[in-house]
Design a binder for this molecule. Structure first.
Ligand code: FAD
Ligand code: UDP
Length: 369
């Protein structure tokens, strides 16, 4: 008899397994994929750590979480500074003085940039922005919206900006300094040697079964543990009894190229509507690689349908209301805890997932002393 059956070997499941094992609990981790790690899984190709399920940059302002993750791997000093490609123009992201001075050849100082943006948004300023378009124009004005936001966002979300919630764009910094750091966080980096080693270390001491889908093995696994920690999709756990939650999915086209350096940066966003992919990742640049070959992934955003990998929860009103119905069922179910991005139907960055998992385990250990 196990103390815990943990469904999913992503970051949430792995942190729980590590902490519970450390506290003397017996854990079984089941994973439906043929490998551990969930979406942070990295795989070596041509000596390069390839982020198989999308580029992952660790960033946080929480010292305790930074120290925690550094206990499992050494992190390098990578700073994410994506470049945006719009037709035959190239700009720095996030929106900062480098972007503004390149866009407007008569802008050199922060005051000039602010005045220019003010002029650009004056006509269309909205007091209480109700959608992403209104919010974006309030933030950076019409030219940046048209060149760097509209096409990218509509490709990414498959919906017009006028139908998307304003909060999506709010997390992008707008700075009046020459600073291309995509994040405002105190700590940032990529684990030297990739993310998979972190998960492997976290899972030491727990029993792991790969290629095991909980939903298919439910009968056989029933009663094998005192409690379940479920990090798969909550609607799937309850057999979609209120209907399916919606997601955006992502398709990656990965290619090995016989050249040393394809695009000179880890992340290049393609912001024009007529380019079918949203961005190209050149994986070696996350670790300053000098291998003779390079690996790139073109990222295509797609509507999710049953059977696809769910990536981004679509946190609009309709889906959030549906999630609440599942969350109510879960609250009454004392034998299962739902955690992580799919279990809680929320886009969480890695540092938040770690924090949530640590809190979940602390509460469990306190209640079951
Ligand atoms: P997951 O990693 O999805 O793990 C869930 C696991 O459960 C999976 O392995 C799955 O196969 C397994 N599973 C599901 N159902 C079952 C079942 N029925 N039976 C058995 N196993 C099952 N965060 C950052 O901090 N920085 C970034 O740069 C960043 N970039 C991202 C880019 C993309 C494209 C995406 C989608 C996310 C990104 N994130 C980033 C977020 C990050 O991926 C998550 O915070 C993290 O992976 C969540 O971990 P998790 O354990 O909740 O979920
Ligand atoms: N965004 C944009 N242009 C860009 C990059 C981002 O308009 O070149 C917008 C887009 O709406 C996106 C949001 O900013 O959904 C958040 O971007 P982020 O890079 O945080 O997205 P993620 O890493 O989640 O894919």
């Amino acid at each position: 008899m196990y103390d815990y059956l943990i469904v999913g070997s992503g970051l949430f499941g792995a942190v729980c397994a590590h902490e519970l094992t450390k506290a003397g609990k017996k854990c079984l981790v089941v994973e439906k994929r043929p490998h551990v790690g969930g979406n942070i899984y990295t795989e070596e190709i041509e000596g390069i750590n390839v982020h198989k399920y999308g580029a992952h940059i660790f960033h946080t302002s929480q010292k305790d979480i930074w120290e925690y993750i550094n206990g499992f791997a050494e992190f390098n000093n990578y700073v994410n500074s994506p470049v945006a490609r719009y037709k035959d123009e190239c700009y720095n992201l996030p929106f900062n003085m480098n972007t503004f001075t390149k866009l407007w050849r008569d802008v050199f100082t922060p005051a000039e940039a602010e005045a220019r943006i003010e002029e650009e948004r004056r006509e269309r300023y909205t007091q209480n922005p109700q959608n992403l378009e209104e919010q974006a124009i309030n933030l950076v004005g019409e030219t940046i919206y048209n060149k760097l936001i509209k096409g990218y966002t509509e490709k990414q979300w498959g919906r017009p900006c006028t139908e998307l919630p304003p909060f999506i764009i709010k997390r992008l910094p707008v700075r009046f300094t020459f600073n291309n750091n995509y994040f405002n966080d105190r700590y940032q980096g990529i684990p030297v040697g990739g993310y998979t080693q972190i998960i492997t270390k976290m899972l030491e001491g727990a029993e792991v079964r790969l290629n095991c889908d909980f939903l298919e093995a439910r009968g056989e696994l029933a009663g094998c543990a005192k409690k379940i920690i479920f990090t798969g999709a909550i609607d799937q756990y309850y057999n979609y009894r209120f209907g399916a939650l919606q997601y955006r999915s992502v398709r990656f086209e990965t290619e090995v190229l016989d050249m040393q350096n394809y695009q000179g940066n880890a992340v290049v966003n393609y912001t024009a509507a007529d380019v079918p992919y949203t961005r190209i990742i050149e994986h070696k640049h996350f670790e300053f690689g000098t291998q003779p070959k390079t690996v790139i992934s073109r990222e295509y955003s797609a509507e999710w349908k049953m059977g696809d990998e769910p990536y981004y929860p679509v946190n609009d009103q309709k889906n959030d209301a549906l999630y609440q119905k599942y969350a109510q069922l879960a609250a009454a179910d004392k034998n299962v805890i739902f955690g992580g991005r799919l279990g809680q139907y929320k886009y969480y960055d890695m540092h938040v997932v770690i924090q949530n998992a640590l809190q979940t385990v602390a509460a469990e250990l306190k209640n079951n002393k």
